[in-house]
Structure formats: C-alpha cells, structure tokens
Ligand binder design. Sequence first.
Ligand SMILES: Nc1ncnc2c1ncn2[C@@H]1O[C@H](COP(=O)(O)OP(=O)(O)O)[C@@H](O)[C@H]1O
Ligand SMILES: [Mg+2]
Length: 241
Amino acid sequence: MRTPSEWARAEFGFEADARQREVLDTEARRVLLCCSRQWGKSTVTALRALHFAEHHPGSTTLCVTPTQRQSGLFLEKVQRYVKGPVVRDAREAASVKLANGSSIIGLPGQEGTIRGFDDVGFLILDEAALIQDCVYTATRPMRVLSDGLLWMISTPHGQSGFFHVAWHDEEGGWTRFKVSAAECERFRPEVLAVERVALGERMYAQEYLCEFLPSDLQMIPAQLVEGAVTDDEEPLDEAAL
Ligand SMILES: Nc1ncnc2c1ncn2[C@@H]1O[C@H](COP(=O)(O)OP(=O)(O)O)[C@@H](O)[C@H]1O
Ligand SMILES: [Mg+2]
C-alpha cells in the first residue's frame, strides 16, 4: 500500500519535504507537531486527514481550531484536494462528506459551544497553543473508545496551556516533531533575516524558531519554577504546623 506521502504525490502532485514526509507517514497515534509559522502544518495535516477519511469508510475526523474562521481555512485546505463536487456534512458548515461516508469536520474551539461527536477516528487540534484547555478536555475523550488518532499541531505560544504541558510531558505517549524555519528550505535566509529584525529576537524565536517563551505577563519563567522543585526535602507535615 502507498504511504500517505506517496499517495499525496501521486494523486495531487504534492511534493512533501523530508520532514513533512516523516509527519505525513507517521504511524504514531498521538502526535505533537511544533513548527514554525507557514511551514505547512495545516496543509500536511489536511492531507493526512483526507488520506485517513478515504481509507476508513464511515469515519469522522474532527479538526478543532481557535476560531470559526480558522476552521473554515482548514476545511478549504482539505477541499482543495477532494476530487469531484464537494459535499458538506449536514452537521456543520465547515465540513466535507466523502462518497464512502467519511466526514471531515472543522469546529471552532469556543468554551460552551463545542458540540459533542461520538467515535471520532481522528482528532486534530490546529493552532493548539491558542485553544483553551477546557476545549482540549472536552474533545479528547471523543476519540477514546477506538483510541482514535490525536494530532496537536501548533507554533508555540507562551509557557502555559495543554500544548505546552504535552510537549514537556514524558509520559503522555506522544511522538514529537519540531521543525524551525531555519531548517526548512522553503524559507529564504534573507527573508528570515528581515523577519527577525521586524519581529525582534523574542517574537522571532517564538514564531519561527518554535521556542516556548514566558509571556510578558508571566513573572517567573517555567524553567525557574521547575528547577526549584526538589524531591530531596520531606513534604511538610500539615498537622505539625
Ligand atoms: N511541500 C510544500 N510544497 C509547496 N508548498 C508548500 C509545501 N508545504 C507547505 N506549502 C505552502 O506553504 C504555505 C503555508 O502552509 P500552511 O499549511 O498554511 O502552514 P502553517 O499551517 O504551518 O502555517 C501554503 O501556501 C502551503 O501551500
Ligand atoms: Mg496553519
């Protein structure tokens, strides 16, 4: 059987770069993709979502993004590769229903409005660092019965939130991919040099070099807090206080 990257090249002429091939073809069930702006996170994930939907008849793929607009943009990337007329899933406007009964649905991640879906075969959180924790908590179980795929893809944004936690969680069973703009040949070095000056070192490091930086409002960087935690001391005995 063709790998997803072979399928994408043969069907759509999409030439994934070496790192994109690794991501497209991973068999990991829980994936973290921490990459520069404009690397192709959404494009690669949209292709993998369509590959999944085509190869799992009747399946549901859910892509949650921070806003309705971003859900629409993700679905546009999927629709670009759908052959023939695009049919929507009746349940959501930003959606595609394939002839084999599979659906790919885009949802905005807003507290209180996220609707429930059963038996999600593939859950994607796009721009995960900007999605609220409560949305992660609400959607993650929707794929638990079938141990559906879970991909969280983002550029970092500060040192809090579930994406930051998952990236640093050794026991979460995650397979991680990290690609900075400097490692990707679609970014011209002279253009990146201009971006660096325009954004300043801090924001350039976050947006293009994928660094989890403390936000301006954060008084103490996470590393300092983590470094101050020790197992050498006995916990305080509250009763003795
Ligand atoms: N392998 C590739 N070949 C050509 N263009 C690509 C490739 N990967 C990504 N792109 C283009 O790069 C741009 C950014 O892609 P996008 O998926 O929106 O990035 P991200 O979600 O990481 O910000 C899009 O115009 C996309 O078509
Ligand atoms: Mg994107």
